[in-house]
Design a protein around this ligand. Structure first.
Ligand SMILES: [Zn+2]
Length: 247
């Protein structure tokens, strides 16, 4: 990309029209991506540009130039197109594990959360809590493996974030009935916050989709201050939580 393009404002609205109509002379490198994802990217790039921090402007240009079909994915976790592709790959991998499991194997949906005023504080607390939880004896007695990712919707009508993770967990044969929610609540309290743990046993075939889902438009609904926080405190790579490995 030319230097001039990097410093000029991104002409969002004009491009969006043409992306949707599939105009063959589009100057945008990622135009072959599904129009919905591309239009979310363009809107998000415009928002990031208007947030105006060096990081947000840099990210605006990065996702704007993202072009998986030209073999140039930007691979940023906040890029709508790359996030969708990653989610699809993970979903397929988990669906394969689900399909190939024996009839006696059970998978649970495990959800852990911690509300937090600041994204970074909440993420660190959730990850530390998860690290301690999975070392507990009764956790090891309940599960053999699991994987999921962290989501961070803003708390509606309040300041802060509902940092949470949904995990697909493979239950150990013969286990059941452990109550891990007390453990999680105690861990979160010990780390200066609060939080809840919820288990839905034997969730069913929709589980791989549920734990890999992406909320395509959630970033667009954030305020400028929240978006600035996301850009600063969400690492560029995946927010994954796991317990051992499925195999
Ligand atoms: Zn990308």
């Amino acid at each position: 990309m030319h230097r001039a393009t990097l410093v000029s404002p991104i002409p969002i609205s004009g491009h969006q029209e043409r992306v949707i109509s599939g105009h063959p002379e589009l100057p945008i490198s990622g135009h072959q991506s599904p129009p919905r994802d591309r239009s979310v990217t363009l809107n998000l790039a415009a928002r990031l540009q208007s947030v105006g921090t060096p990081e947000s402007i840099q990210l605006a240009h990065r996702i704007y130039a993202c072009s998986p079909r030209m073999n140039k994915p930007c691979k940023h976790v906040l890029c709508p197109i790359c996030a969708a592709n990653t989610a699809k790959q993970r979903r397929r991998a988990l669906e394969r594990i689900y399909r190939q499991s024996s009839p006696t194997e059970t998978f649970d949906l495990l959800t852990i959360n911690t509300p937090a005023e600041y994204l970074l504080e909440g993420r660190l607390r959730l990850l530390e809590g998860w690290r301690r939880l999975r070392r507990q004896k009764r956790f090891g007695e309940a599960y053999t493996a699991g994987v999921g990712h962290i989501e961070y919707p803003s708390l509606s009508g309040q300041v802060g974030w509902n940092i949470h993770a949904h995990l697909m967990m493979r239950r150990k044969e013969g286990s059941g009935g452990e109550d891990l929610s007390d453990s999680w609540e105690a861990l979160m309290k010990g780390l200066g916050g609060k939080g809840r743990l919820d288990v839905q046993e034997g969730y069913g075939a929709g589980l791989p989709f549920y734990v890999t889902k992406r909320q395509r438009r959630e970033l667009l609904s954030l305020s400028d201050a929240q978006l600035e926080e996301v850009v600063r405190d969400v690492p560029g790579k995946k927010w994954v939580v796991r317990y051992k490995r499925f195999v």
